[in-house]
Design a protein. Structure first.
Lengths: 200, 188
């Protein structure tokens, strides 16, 4: 009888864990770091498989990390704006790095997508969504701006609308401009809106 | 010994059933082929809604709980959970609960992909599409703790308080339990 009780207890524990796991997959995205927190250096493979560190790609005056996607229509609506952002701020000392954390979009797809949409900034693949988890990124597109010391200065959306003709507030650009001008960033967080990052 | 053998067999059955239910959603996704709406089905009308109108809905006097699901056609988990929501709608809305859906698709989709998807799902609940230049005030209005990620499901009691919320694909049984709790309280 004792063996029976132990066996049944074991089975119920396993069944319970399996049921709980169903919900954990979708619901539990780690909280993003607070504004002012320092982001640790990290390395991820680029679309050719070469490991690239944040430090090696960082701009002299800061870096924008953009979580992007291949198939997300919201992220794709920002392709031109993201490329323009990278071009405009490169000369000013701020680098733009794309990160693709979607489990279903492999490096080949990311490479082809970048070529098709003429995205020239480096795009890293985030296997196992390690960096998405570390930064608490939940959607694409979602932006993080860190200064030259990797201190997080801004987190959130690029601007208010996926439609370029309805832009009212360019929150990310405002943050970059304020930082470059040595001024305090007025809005350090703005809710990013887009497709949920498909985690593995 | 015989008893232990029977128990072992029972345990394996239970384990199998447990993991089968764990894997079930993925299987459902594959089998959900899009079917065009039948000719007899009423055409789906999706109404535009702005932040002020959404605020009116949330703040109006009501006698029944209100379930709101925010979704988009481009959001995979939104599409995946829709059959469960349609079922829950048919179970509760006729008698005890209001239910609306708010799409966050682009406004240009209001007469095309959004009603087409709802028609395919045979979704009859009132359907809106958020038509705002900036979604942030609407997101904050519903729940300041909501990041804006989709899908997002909120259950409001008759006082307009959020009593249940879920980000990501809903667990239909969990949602039913939350509604049952509220409907019972409302009826008391």
């Amino acid at each position: 009888m004792k063996n029976l009780a132990i066996l049944l207890a074991f089975v119920f524990v396993i069944a319970g864990l399996a049921a709980t796991g169903t919900r954990a997959v979708e619901g539990e995205i780690p909280a993003p770091p607070a504004i002012g927190a320092t982001i640790e250096d990290f390395s991820l493979p680029d679309v050719s498989g070469t490991e690239r560190s944040l430090k090696s790609l960082a701009g002299k005056k800061g870096t924008v990390l953009l979580f992007i996607a291949v198939q997300c229509p919201v992220s794709n609506a920002y392709n031109e704006r993201m490329e323009k952002l990278a071009e405009d701020y490169k000369a000013k000392g701020i680098a733009v790095i794309g990160i693709n954390s979607n489990v279903k979009e492999d490096a080949e797809a990311v490479k082809a997508h970048a070529a098709e949409h003429k995205l020239t900034f480096p795009i890293l693949k985030d296997p196992g969504n390690k960096i998405a988890d570390k930064l608490g990124a939940s959607v694409t597109p979602e932006a993080y701006f860190v200064d030259q010391n990797n201190k997080l200065l801004y987190h959130g959306r690029i601007d208010n609308s996926r439609n370029a003709d309805q832009i009212e507030t360019s929150d990310l650009r405002n943050a970059l401009d304020a930082s470059l001008a040595g001024k305090a960033i007025e809005k350090t967080e703005a809710k990013a809106f887009g497709c949920t990052i498909k985690r593995g | 010994m015989r008893l232990v053998r029977i128990a072992t067999a029972f345990s394996f059955c239970l384990l199998f059933a447990s993991f089968a239910s764990f894997a079930a959603p993925a299987q459902k996704q594959k089998g959900r082929a899009a079917k065009p709406p039948t000719k007899s089905q009423k055409p789906i009308v999706v109404a535009p809604i702005d932040t002020a109108a959404l605020k009116n809905i949330l703040s109006e006097q009501r006698e029944r709980p209100l379930l709101i699901n925010f979704w988009a056609t481009w959001c995979d988990p939104c599409r995946d959970e829709f059959p469960d929501l349609v079922k829950i709608d048919s179970e509760y809305r006729p008698q005890s609960m209001d239910f609306i859906t708010v799409s966050l698709d682009d406004f240009s989709d209001i007469k095309t992909s959004v009603p087409q998807f709802l028609g395919t799902m045979k979704a009859n609940m009132p359907a809106y599409l958020l038509n705002v230049p900036d979604p942030e005030p609407a997101i904050d209005l519903v729940d300041p703790g909501w990041s804006g990620s989709l899908p997002a499901t909120f259950l409001f009691n008759a006082k307009g308080e959020v009593v249940y919320k879920h980000f990501g694909r809903v667990d239909p049984n969990e949602l039913r339990a939350a509604i049952d709790k509220l409907v019972k309280k409302t009826d008391e």
